[in-house]
Design a protein. Sequence first.
Length: 239
Amino acid sequence: MDTPTIISSHIATYGWTLTYIAIAYRGFQDKSYGMPIVALSLNLPWEIIFAYVITPHGSADSLLVPYGALKAQGAFTLWATLDLLILYTYFKYGYKYFETQYNISKAQWIIFSLAMLTFGTAIVYNGGMFFMQFEEYFNHDQIEGAKVIAFAQNALMSIAFIAMFYARGGSVEGQSFTIAWAKWIGTSMSGGIAYIIARPDEWYFVGTFIIAIFIADLYYMFIIYRALRRKGINPWTRL
């Protein structure tokens, strides 16, 4: 039971680190942004809150490896730093998409974006405190509650990436096949499988999110790969 958790944590860490690096890189390269604001509004608060507010110290996962809580804080901090770079690309390059698609002013876009970030922070923080109270399923373990929140927001994120692709008319600005497959491996193919293995009789609710992520990310990989090939871009060499 412990071995799958350790292995999946490593794979998820590397997968998501590569995903964030690729999203930030493509954002600057394409003068675009690569993560939907609804996903970013949940991701960034999750990383900050579970690194520094509801910390991983004392959680079951942190006891599996030496200095596990400190290593988790390090990974969350790295992700938050990369997400801040992605947030910068969003505010630097993002308005043109909202102006075209929704015909809103820049002030309205900024207010909407800040409201999304505030709302996302409230959901993650209050969700973490809410789930931590349950003894039977979560055992008062803050990271177990964080996992449920992470899978739920990742399901939303996977769908949002697909919606963003179509909203941009099939443009690959800010997107790459590397982002697609690294995100797939970093979620459903690592932490998702480990969660199901660890809870063979209790995974069904969270498994709904995991299966949705798996299917949505596969589809996203397919449409991004096809779009890049149509433009004569090698999907495997585009970071």
